[in-house]
Ligand binder design. Structure first.
Ligand SMILES: NC(=O)c1ccc[n+]([C@@H]2O[C@H](COP(=O)([O-])OP(=O)(O)OC[C@H]3O[C@@H](n4cnc5c(N)ncnc54)[C@H](O)[C@@H]3O)[C@@H](O)[C@H]2O)c1
Length: 242
């Protein structure tokens, strides 16, 4: 199978929000981008990216067979994989008495197990290019609002999985976690107070996260692995007593 000259990236959860911004950033930087999402709106966004190399796959990243199909398709198409961005994630907010084991299992499967499945399937391709994995965690790995047990546990697990993978798969593959704080994906209307409470003076944007992901997949971060990178405008460093 022919190996493309262009570096290739796989971005999950790319139909909207942060994943879509990461896919757009990498496409703009000249990567061949493979976008994965459960939502078939994905195709419209892939068509909208001004880069002939963008491809879209509707798949559930929590399903090992689907992960295998997607990575095999990338292999057939580009003959290489240089970057894997495990971004797909879901939140199920419920008081613990209403948090059914099935809900817990689904959140863990989508947010955490999927990353293990992707890394396991893609590791040979990534090692061949001395590529990188970026997992998308959350500051909720370290701090919580009520009724978010499954999500917080999944993101805490992702931080730990990141350093475990970095140690197991290095030096051929670098693995880093980006943990966003509050990122405006257009899902809510923001107030001046929402912005002002951040030490950086504003809520984050998907492009803020995408810029860091691009750095972590690039040549300039070759000495960086196993680390968690918090992108939260300083909120987790701000002491609050009310
Ligand atoms: N937006 C924030 O403030 C914020 C903060 C911290 C962490 N994060 C994390 O960043 C990532 C992206 O967040 P977002 O705000 O852009 O979310 P979003 O809900 O806007 O987008 C997530 C995408 O993932 C897709 N997805 C969900 N389950 C999937 C599955 N099983 N297989 C394939 N695709 C699936 C969804 O269809 C959706 O397109 C998530 O992991 C989230 O936990 C977001």
């Amino acid at each position: 199978m022919a190996r493309s000259e262009t570096p290739s990236a796989l971005v999950t959860g790319a139909a909207r929000g942060i994943g879509r911004a990461i896919a757009a950033r990498l496409a703009g930087d000249g990567w061949s981008v493979h976008m994965v999402d459960l939502d078939d709106e994905l195709h419209a966004h892939a068509d909208g990216l001004m880069n002939g190399g963008v491809r879209a796959y509707v798949a559930d990243v929590a399903d090992a067979a689907a992960v295998d199909r997607v990575v095999s398709a990338v292999e057939r198409s580009d003959g290489r994989l240089d970057g894997l961005v495990a971004n797909a994630g879901i939140m199920h907010r419920a008081p613990i008495e209403d948090l059914e084991p099935a809900h817990w299992d689904r959140v863990l499967a989508v947010n955490l197990t999927s990353t293990f499945l992707l890394a396991r399937r893609a590791r040979g391709l990534l090692a061949a290019t001395r590529g990188g994995i970026v997992t998308i965690g959350s500051t909720r790995a370290h701090m919580s609002e009520p009724d978010t047990e499954a999500y917080a546990a999944s993101k805490g697990g992702l931080v730990a999985l990141t350093h475990a993978l970095a140690v197991s798969l290095g030096p051929a593959i670098r693995v880093n976690c980006v943990s966003p704080g509050w990122i405006d994906t257009g899902a809510e209307t923001l107030t001046g107070e929402d912005h002002a409470q951040h030490p950086a003076g504003r809520v984050g944007t998907p492009a803020d996260v995408a810029a860091l992901v691009a750095y972590l997949l690039g040549e300039e971060s070759r000495f960086v692995t196993g680390a968690e990178w918090v992108v939260d405008g300083g909120m987790t460093r701000k002491m609050i007593y009310v």
